[in-house]
Ligand binder design. Structure first.
Ligand SMILES: [Zn+2]
Length: 294
């Protein structure tokens, strides 16, 4: 999503901001934590992070409507919740599991940018978040993965209906199409941005019933695997393109497009982040993110 790609490190800038982009070698909290630790050693004056990638959606309804594949979920504090929760972290008490893993909230400058971007988009005739992924030349073999899948590839099954063989697609596995849930059509002219609580854990969420139980308990919109490794130490906004429904039918058809849409959304945020305001943000120090939230 950058306009220019530089060979070395001459501080690439977006809208006057100096930006460092780093990609962990694999998914997971440990890799994410290691990468952030290394990044801070190399760039000791980092102010905050944007955690951008894909996530598994919860097929629920927000103020913006139903969550569909190819939509974006952005972390935002809701009531007592900070915007991100480590769902597999907590204490077992007598007859219940008490979750204590609320992670640090996003910095104000990023929350403000997200709000302003949202208001700004309302008045636009076409969606810039569609235009950027569409500008990727998907005729090139290595970029083909970023093509938007057809709308009929957005399939949601009943939460308790289990996909039997992970190696096979739903069609090859013989998943019963009558177990699919009919929903409003996924609009391919406008990327819907949902804001709320994102859940982070060590393992891939691939269980529709567990997904719904946790989601109901914590008002979770999306599951992912990196935020818990980062948000203890480094104040960040989490941006996730929805690539599956966190159930056993999950596959990688939407991965590329969902990642591109999340990156396009993040790019837009820089247009709503005044450089002077960012300069006034505190330099992030190890451990200080958690002090701001309990
Ligand atoms: Zn299936």
């Amino acid at each position: 999503m950058l306009d220019e790609r530089h060979q070395r490190l001459p501080q690439p800038d977006i809208c006057g901001h100096n930006v460092v982009i780093v990609r962990p070698p694999m998914a997971g909290n440990c890799f994410a934590a290691t990468v952030v630790a290394q990044m801070r050693r190399t760039y000791p004056r980092l102010r905050f992070g944007l955690l951008v990638g894909i996530g598994g959606g919860v097929p629920t309804k927000t103020d913006e409507g139903l969550i569909h594949l190819g939509h974006v979920v952005v972390s935002q504090p809701v009531g007592q919740h900070s915007g991100a929760v480590q769902y597999d972290h907590g204490e077992a008490e007598a007859d219940k599991f008490v979750r204590t893993g609320f992670l640090a909230p996003p910095p104000h400058v990023l929350l403000n940018a997200a709000l302003e971007a949202q208001v700004n988009r309302l008045g636009m005739p076409t969606d810039p978040l569609i235009a950027h992924p569409n500008s990727i030349d998907v005729t090139k073999p290595r970029l083909r993965q970023y093509r938007r899948p057809e709308a009929d590839q957005d399939q949601l099954y009943e939460p308790g209906y289990v996909h039997l063989d992970r190696e096979l697609s739903c069609t090859d596995c013989g998943c019963d199409t009558t177990k699919r849930i009919n929903r409003d059509a996924n609009d391919d002219d406008w990327v819907v941005i949902h804001r709320g609580t994102i859940a982070s854990g060590e393992a891939v969420m691939r269980d529709g019933l567990q997904r719904d139980a946790l989601a109901q308990e914590q008002k979770i919109l999306c599951f992912e695997m990196e935020a818990a490794g980062v948000l203890n130490d480094f104040p960040s906004l989490v941006v996730r393109g929805i690539s599956d429904y966190s159930d056993s039918h999950k596959n990688d058809k939407w991965h590329g497009y969902a990642a591109a849409v999340a990156a396009a959304y993040t790019r837009e945020l820089f247009y709503h982040m005044p450089v002077e305001e960012v300069k006034q943000c505190k330099i992030a120090e190890k451990g200080d993110a958690m002090l701001t939230w309990k």
